[in-house]
Design a protein around this ligand. Structure first.
Ligand SMILES: NC(=O)c1ccc[n+]([C@@H]2O[C@H](COP(=O)([O-])OP(=O)(O)OC[C@H]3O[C@@H](n4cnc5c(N)ncnc54)[C@H](O)[C@@H]3O)[C@@H](O)[C@H]2O)c1
Length: 252
């Protein structure tokens, strides 16, 4: 996979052991200019420094995916500064393990704002530039929770939000295919990152891993390789698809 001369934006990409940082690293390694974005400034600076140790083509951008005006403005700036946007990875996401009877309207809205509205704002902001360029790759982070209902950490609001991300991606993929733009989702299972890491006792983690056919948690790399493939020029006839990355824990 070669991403020379390509410009990529990855959202929610600062977290230290997170999937977004690893996706950014994989794209940079293969030649892309990557704009690493997040709401956490300290982690963002750390991520840029970390990734630029290998190759200096990562740029940091403070971006809250729930702020549509900011998203539109920053997308415009990216295209002004770098000439285009080839790849958009909607990775920013949050979850809460709240049971359905306890979910407040505020928490429901928060989960939807980040996971669903953020994905919509970013995608809608990038597509006109991709369409003009007759090239684009959008990869959205869904989850096994959106397919089978719940997961280790997700409540029903998270499941609903990730299912919405998948539906949105499929429908937009149909509309955009004729312009050389593909949109796909990945649906990770249990991946060892900060979203999951600190929340489990070693016993609980062992129990979960034992229930996975691959007998281990996934890694950020496991997800990042698949995302990089979907974002690559060679994946040009693959659109509206959802790729499961779960060690066999959910097979359709
Ligand atoms: N880890 C898993 O097991 C797992 C499984 C399935 C799906 N996912 C999905 O993968 C994606 C990445 O998850 P992760 O495990 O790396 O999470 P993480 O918590 O490590 O990283 C999420 C990042 O999103 C950022 N963020 C939060 N709100 C934001 C906002 N409003 N604007 C911009 N950035 C924001 C956070 O600062 C953080 O850096 C998420 O969409 C998540 O739902 C994760």
């Amino acid at each position: 996979m070669n991403f020379e001369n390509q410009v990529a934006l990855v959202t929610g990409a600062a977290s230290k052991r997170g999937i977004g940082r690893e996706i950014s690293r994989q794209l940079v390694k293969r030649g892309a200019k990557v704009i690493i974005s997040d709401i956490d400034e300290n982690m963002l600076n750390d991520a840029v420094e970390d990734i630029n140790q290998e190759k200096g083509s990562a740029h940091g951008l403070l971006l809250d995916v729930t702020n549509q005006d900011q998203v539109n403005e920053k997308m415009k700036e990216i295209v002004n500064d770098h000439g285009k946007i080839d790849i958009l990875i909607n990775n920013a996401g949050i979850t809460r393990p709240t049971r359905v009877l306890d979910i407040s309207k505020e928490e429901w809205d928060l989960i939807f704002n980040v996971n669903v509205n953020g994905t919509f704002y970013l995608t809608q902001a990038a597509l006109p530039y991709m369409k003009e360029n007759k090239y684009g790759r959008v990869v959205n982070l869904s989850s096994v929770s959106g397919k089978r209902g719940g997961g280790v950490f997700g409540g029903s609001h998270y499941s609903a939000a990730k299912a919405a991300v998948t539906g949105f991606t499929k429908a937009a993929a149909r509309e955009m295919a004729e312009y050389g733009i593909t949109l796909n989702t990945v649906a990770p299972g249990f991946i060892a990152t900060d979203i999951t890491g600190g929340l489990l006792t070693p016993e609980k983690r062992a129990e979960i891993e034992n229930g996975i056919p691959a007998k281990r948690a996934g890694t950020a790399e496991d997800v990042a390789y698949t995302v990089a493939f979907l974002a690559s020029p060679g994946a040009s006839y693959l659109t509206g698809e959802e790729v499961d990355i779960n060690g066999g824990s959910h097979i359709d």
